[in-house]
Design a protein around this ligand. Sequence first.
Ligand code: MCA
Ligand code: AMP
Length: 521
Amino acid sequence: MRRLFKFVKGVVMRSIVEAVFQHAQRRPQQPVVFFADQSWSYGKLCAEIERFARALRVWGLRAGERVALFLENCPIFVVTYLGTHLAGGIVVLVNTQYQQVELSHIMTDAEVRLCVTSSAGAQALLRLQLPDLAALVVVDGAGDPSPTGSSESMAFADFMMRGESTELAMPEAEAPAVIGYTSGTTGRSKGALLTHRNVVANVEAVTTAWRWTENDHLLLALPLFHAHGLMVGMHGTLFRGARVTLRPRFEAADILARLDADASITLFFGVPTMYARLLAEAEKQGVPVHLPRLFVCGSAPLSPQLFADFERLFGRTILERYGMTETIMNLTNPYDGERRAGTVGGPFPGQEARIVDVRTRRLLPAGEIGEIEVRGPHVFCGYWKRPEASAEAFEPDGWFKTGDLGRCSADGYYTITGRAHELIISGGYNVYPREVEDVLGSHPDSAEVAVIGLPDSDFGEQVVAVIVPREGRTPNEAEIIAFCRERLASYKKPRRIIFARTLPRNALGKVQKHLLVEQVQ
Ligand code: MCA
Ligand code: AMP
């Protein structure tokens, strides 16, 4: 491999892309990503990252401009993610299930200039009015020089040919790296902006805590467009010079078969729904002969029952941890000590956590429930273009208010007991009732709407809507669900709709959702 950057032994790695180039310099032939029948080495990955970065610069991307990845899991995701960093851009992550409402909001809010996507994704984007979006790079199609929207559309292979000689430099630690959209309790979702320093600080802590080395091999079926798959699974692999077998999507039988077939796999990460499905599948077809040394679970609460059932059948104790887009990973059960069911352990090395009273913000003693706050170099720098929301999210002395409720035991194990704001977590995906209510409220048949989360055996929680029909209308459940699905990601659609004559409201007119949950359960 041609030496683009020369690294001195022992130099600190300021970004993931810098780490990857260092590994490539040391061991260019070392495999990094296995995907379908492809095997990518560190050397090949860096060559492609460099080509993409040059192509972006030749195309006209300037430092700090946004490149969206609206893409399913594949090696090109990794190339374009790190290539954007090398070109000085900021990556915007976009869930591939997003529809018109989410896409319009994110692309406009982040003022995305270029988006890497599939041909299906390109079609969805070209239907929208997105004046900032100047170009689409299509990974699985020929592109279209004269699309209907204002953006030009290019095939990935053609785009990569543009790379001419141009100056490239590794990103500075304080430069913004990635925006993940999250939260929407009041209005639309906000972009959490993480710097390279945030990302590296967290991955260093995570890989240290979980004893992740270059000898590890992760089996990854989480989507790369969320922090769990990307900033834990992929970053950890790339930072340590390890390997990952990347799957396009999660299927329990496929995961068990991969484990059976490949004794080199040492790590698996998933959300509770994935563990429940792995358990059910293994009960039918048996447990794989080879098992990873570490199974990690997070993004939603893992029930003590599932924790125990998995341990019984697989003979492995799941390590549960807690994170969020704004901070990546916060709390973890220990690698060596007791992994306690129903808890998420304590802070990662170099990070802090505490429980405060939601109202007074005073520190609470062990065992009392309050809001979890965290502090450390991993905490994001603020919400994109939202100075007020950013200021509100922090205490004056730098503690970040997570919005999650919990308690800490006398021996330092945190338990998450609820959320300070309304949020439904379905299969590890966040659903903000307000966003779904806005869409349902715009349906001509609905007068009043409330969206709640009810228990679900597969997804943990499910979205349920209670609708008061407009006078003289007889709404149809299936039609309303389809209306929602057209506008929002499919996992946000209500699984059930209950039609009611009124909604319970308090004296201020606010819907009392806890009463609604009791009434409809
Ligand atoms: C898919 N569907 C869902 C969900 N997923 N409905 C409700 N909740 C879900 N989570 C719906 C689809 O819309 C579709 O509906 C139907 O189920 C089948 O879709 P399919 O893609 O086949 O679903 P699946 O493969 O069974 O997906 C289940 C899944 C997936 C594998 C558990 O939801 C998943 O990958 N979840 C992980 C999400 C994640 O990475 N979260 C991390 C964010 P229809 O057919 O009607 O259209 S939190 C985070 O990053 C922080 C840092 C953290 O702490 O980790
Ligand atoms: P997101 O904003 O999509 O990154 O989701 C982060 C949220 O997921 C957190 O604020 C928690 O509410 C939830 N979460 C993550 N990990 C866990 C866990 N182990 N147990 C319970 N909730 C979790």
